[in-house]
Every structure is written in structure tokens, then in C-alpha cells.
Design a protein around this ligand. Structure first.
Ligand SMILES: [Zn+2]
Length: 214
């Protein structure tokens, strides 16, 4: 089984893909920087405030901080399953760090899986996304009878700060810069795979499973 780095622009549907893997009973260990950061941002502490403010602006947190979080997660993760990295690495420096940690732990260096969607598609998806403030489930406004109330738990639905237009623009600029460098690196090492993010979900997850099972 391969270890993978999931890569895709904001709105590409990476977390949906991972959720579908669970339904398919494919064993994996997920390390999602976004999820780790969202957990920290809920803390009422100096760190929580810093993370919350940075994310709300669509800015990136500094490299060193993120790297420490990923190192800690990799130490603790179940390495007998396929490891899925989401949101890391995003620079060549971080790729080298991953390489180092994986070597130390004698784990196979991951392949890159790029979930591709157009910028317009992503903007459409993000601007209509709502998240439940209690159970954290994501919805599209057009799927909802009541756009303010979670159909699962009754919690209040909100728009994530980083799904607002100004933040989306910033996230895209960052993504484009990061992707060009990362793409070249993994292509030159024959470790690059691409999934069309606009085909139906069941087909997307089948493609991902094929890649993981190598
Ligand atoms: Zn809910």
C-alpha cells in the first residue's frame, strides 16, 4: 500500500474523498493540517487566537509551527496503515522534512495525488458551503431546506471565515505558487498522480483506492 500526499486547491473536495475511503473500509491514517489547526483554533488560548486570526485572513501560519505539528502527528500515527497527508508538505523544504521523517521511521516516501478542479468550479463550491458549528458537517446551501440550521443535529450553520471571497482569492494565489513547485518535483520522480475532481464521487474514490493499492 502506498502512502500519499493529497493535494488540491481549496474546494477540490479532498476531505470528502477521505470520508468516502472510510465507507469503503480502506484502512488509513490521516494527518490533516486543516483539521489539526481547526481544533487548535477552538482553544481559548494565545495560540488558539493566533491560529484563528491567521486562518480568518486566509494567510499561512509559519513553516516551523506547522512542521512541529506534523512531526508530532507522524510520531503518534498508526504506521501499519496507508498514511494520508493533507495540507502538508507545501514547499520543497517541507518535502525534505517529510522525506527525513519517513526515512527515520522506515516508511515508504509518499506519492502525490493531485485532485484537479478549475478555479471557477472551486469558487462556486466554496461560496455555497456551510459548516455546522456543532457537529462540523459540511453542506451545500442548495441541499438545505433551512440554510441556517443543521439537518443532522440542529446546530447553527455558518460560513467558514476562509470561505469568504477575499480569503478564497488569497488561498488561490498561495495554492498556485505552491503547486507549481511541488508538481515539478513529484513529476520528475514519477510520483505524481492526478484525479479529475469533477467526475462523480464514487468514481473519484475508486481512482484514489487504485492509487493507494498501487
Ligand atoms: Zn450539526
Amino acid at each position: 500500500m502506498r502512502n500519499i500526499i493529497l493535494f488540491g486547491s481549496p474546494g477540490a473536495g479532498k476531505s470528502t474523498l477521505v470520508e468516502l475511503l472510510t465507507e469503503k473500509n480502506l484502512p488509513y491514517s490521516l494527518i490533516s493540517v486543516g483539521m489539526i489547526l481547526r481544533d487548535i483554533s477552538k482553544e481559548d488560548s494565545e495560540l488558539g487566537n493566533k491560529v484563528r486570526e491567521t486562518m480568518a485572513k486566509g494567510d499561512l501560519l509559519d513553516d516551523f509551527f506547522i512542521t512541529e505539528l506534523v512531526k508530532k502527528a507522524l510520531r503518534e500515527v498508526d504506521k501499519s496503515k496507508s498514511i494520508i497527508l493533507d495540507g502538508y508538505p507545501r514547499s520543497l523544504g517541507q518535502v525534505n522534512i517529510v522525506d527525513g521523517i519517513f526515512k527515520e521511521n522506515q516508511i515508504d516516501f509518499p506519492v502525490l495525488v493531485y485532485v484537479k478542479i478549475s478555479k471557477q468550479e472551486a469558487i462556486d463550491r466554496l461560496s455555497t458551503r456551510r459548516v455546522c458549528s456543532l457537529c462540523k458537517e459540511n453542506f451545500q446551501v442548495y441541499e438545505l431546506e433551512n440554510a441556517e440550521k443543521c439537518p443532522k443535529c440542529g446546530g447553527k450553520l455558518i460560513q467558514r471565515e476562509d470561505d469568504k471571497p477575499e480569503a478564497i482569492e488569497k488561498r488561490f494565489e498561495l495554492f498556485d505558487m505552491q503547486f507549481k513547485i511541488i508538481e515539478e518535483y513529484f513529476k520528475s520522480r514519477n510520483r505524481f498522480f492526478e484525479i479529475d475532481g469533477t467526475i462523480p464521487k464514487p468514481e473519484r474514490v475508486e481512482e484514489l483506492i487504485k492509487i493507494i493499492q498501487g
